[in-house]
Write a new protein. Structure first.
Length: 278
């Protein structure tokens, strides 16, 4: 099975990392549209155009299934992507919302993400569809701190503590009946690198939901039922084969390779420079 994974940069490599653990026999082609990031500052129409062109590129290069490992594109462009390609498309928001709904007993969930994802209200709507009430908090400083490599730095801990204190105050104001939220969704692909820090700072009993893990679980379910078409007179494709990893980016190859290794948890030896239609 050939799985195309798309993000505006390299944060989506945390999703690929989870996919490699859950579906290790697939072939993966990861595309980071680093020339046009950040998507969060673009209009929904522009994000949809960029994301659809990336999706078509991956399909043209053999993808049987697409994973949109970008919260902004999942929030603003999932319908446009699905309309542009015939292959199945899985975003990061719905799986994360479903996992949080399954984990929560109080039916109250928090979401931390970037400004663009929070402004889209995508998680609010996805959680509401599962009968879950939510409070959301934008945490814009976490992305540059992660990219700086300050994963367990005192500054990062202090910044995260401030964000979580502000989120707790929001929750206390919105839910004054004393029933607390019991799950928090990491709504940005950079945040999984901070999971140990989140775990230390969150209240005991709070479920930490990584959308990357939820997406990987959904892809594993799809992969289990996947049957690629075969030539009428040709041999069947073996059900298992060694994983093949291919990386493409539209700019900043050395930065992609260097920082990407931190997100993926393994070395990235080669990144192909490509150009997408504007």
């Amino acid at each position: 099975m050939n799985i195309g994974v798309f993000d505006s940069g390299f944060g989506g490599l945390t999703v690929l990392r989870a996919l490699l653990d859950r579906v290790p026999t697939a072939n993966y082609h990861y595309l980071g549209d680093s020339a046009r990031l950040p998507y969060g500052s673009k209009s929904p129409r522009t994000v949809a155009h960029y994301a659809a062109s990336s999706a078509r590129y991956l399909v043209d290069h053999g993808a049987d299934l697409l994973v949109i490992a970008c919260n902004t594109a999942s929030a603003l462009a999932l319908d446009a992507i699905r309309e542009s390609v015939p292959q199945p498309v899985i975003g990061v928001i719905e799986p994360g919302a479903a996992a949080a709904a399954h984990a929560s007993h109080t039916k109250r969930v928090c979401v931390v993400a970037t400004h663009a994802t929070i402004a889209s209200r995508a998680y609010t709507l996805a959680l509401a569809a599962h009968g879950i009430d939510s409070e959301e908090k934008a945490c814009p400083l976490l992305v540059p701190l992660v990219e700086e490599g300050w994963i367990d730095h005192p500054v990062t801990q202090q910044v995260l503590r401030i964000y979580l204190d502000e989120l707790a105050a929001q929750c206390a104001h919105s839910w004054s009946d004393g029933m607390p939220p019991d799950a928090i969704v990491l709504g940005c692909t950079h945040y999984p690198l901070l999971k140990p820090l989140f775990s230390r700072l969150l209240p005991r009993g709070m479920h930490l939901i990584d959308s990357a893990d939820a997406v990987a679980d959904e892809v594993a379910t799809v992969a289990a039922t996947f049957a690629p078409s075969q030539p009428a007179d040709g041999p069947a494709t073996p059900p298992h084969h060694p994983t093949n990893l291919r990386f493409s980016a539209t700019d900043s190859l050395e930065k992609f390779r260097t920082l990407g290794q931190r997100f993926l948890g393994r070395s990235i030896r080669q990144v192909e420079l490509i150009t997408l239609p504007e």
